[in-house]
Design a protein around this ligand. Structure first.
Ligand code: HMG
Ligand code: MG
Length: 297
């Protein structure tokens, strides 16, 4: 059944800017602060990963030291291992995320280890997070296809999601990393996962490479998913998934939710201004159709 209230997780400063060649630390800080003024209540702000692997996410500690924290907003970050978690803790993050893959090849390319090894690396992160009362989100990548292996079985996605949930992740976000999925396929994948993990603990994280992300979200809303990840102006991609474009644009998501009469707490006008500003700063076309349509002349 379609939920009435949707939690949006804004991933633009992380998933978006990790792959924008022209983004600077100052752009990242400006973007996080501007997004917090739109009513968004969860912003994935940075990654505590190796700067050799993802140079654009360097200086996450400086970012956290510089942003103006708004009450009621969760500022989270990716932490692939205990080193990342300790740095995130010292920087004062509210929440962290670990990321596994449903594809063995993608796991190797993205985090340089097997799926099983990645989960072993998360165990100390989950234990330390528990000790510090920090909630941990889990991602599963390649849920609707892998850039190296092609099709991925829904049962495989469900298996990895269940492991993350049972290990202590409060929520599991299902990534269509390369954006190849279509609505029936997305719904079948979510149904398979929901047989193992409560639907209230699932989130959708769809990239829009093939223009299917909004349709896929609409299909999965009917199953009761109530948390959606999106990226302002459709920023970004993934450094280990060649050709992957940005996430579903937050403006497009908010416009659709408004049309469906579902509440989410975000001011579309303010959000559109933020999306146009960051697109202009980066010298790129705004990846949100709604952002383009509502741009002030
Ligand atoms: P590794 O090379 O296997 O790790 O990388 P290592 O333990 O051998 O360490 C190598 C070097 O990295 C060492 O430094 C460590 O200190 C350093 P050196 O001695 O060479 O100077 N290091 C770190 N530095 C900073 N922060 C850390 C950290 N850990 C080690 N946390 C590692 C393993 C996981 C670190 C590496 O592969 C990595 O950082 N990968 C980044 C992956 C990434 O951020 N990918 C993009 C995000 S995932 C994504 O976009 C998908 C998602 O959006 C969902 C979807 O769309 O489906 C989430
Ligand atoms: Mg992603």
């Amino acid at each position: 059944m379609r939920p009435q209230r949707i939690q949006i997780v804004e991933v633009g400063p992380r998933d978006g800017l990790q792959n924008e060649p022209l983004s600077t630390l100052s752009d990242r800080i400006t973007l996080v602060n501007a997004l917090a003024g739109t009513g968004l209540s969860h912003i994935e702000a940075a990654s505590f990963v190796s700067p050799k692997w993802v140079p654009k996410m360097a200086d996450a500690d400086k970012l956290f030291a510089s942003i103006d924290r708004q009450a009621g907003v969760i500022y989270s970050a990716l932490t692939p291992n205990i080193k990342g978690f300790e740095a995130a803790l010292a920087a004062g993050v509210d929440q962290v995320a670990v990321f596994a893959s449903a594809s063995e090849s993608f796991s190797q390319k993205n985090i340089n280890c097997s799926i099983i090894e990645s989960i072993e690396r998360f165990e100390p992160v989950l234990a330390a997070a528990r000790q510090h009362n920090i909630r941990v989100r889990g991602y599963v990548s390649c849920t609707l296809g892998c850039p190296y292996e092609g099709a991925i079985a829904p049962a495989r996605v469900a298996e990895v999601a269940q492991v993350l949930f049972e290990a202590g992740c409060y929520e599991v976000s299902l990534g269509d990393t390369i954006g190849t999925g279509t609505p029936d396929q997305a719904a079948a994948m979510v149904e398979a996962v929901a047989a193992q993990v409560p639907i209230s603990a699932l989130a959708l994280h769809f990239h829009d490479t093939y223009g299917q992300a909004l349709a896929n979200v609409a299909a999965c809303l009917e199953l009761g998913v109530s948390t959606i990840d999106s990226s302002v102006a459709g920023l970004g991609g993934c450094p280990y998934a060649t050709g992957a474009s940005g996430n579903l644009a937050t403006e497009d998501l908010v416009y659709m939710l408004n049309g469906l009469g579902l509440s989410h707490g975000v001011d579309l006008t303010k959000l559109v201004a933020v999306g146009n500003d960051i697109s202009q700063r980066l010298g790129r076309k705004n990846g949100s159709k709604v952002g383009q349509a509502l741009r002030k002349k």
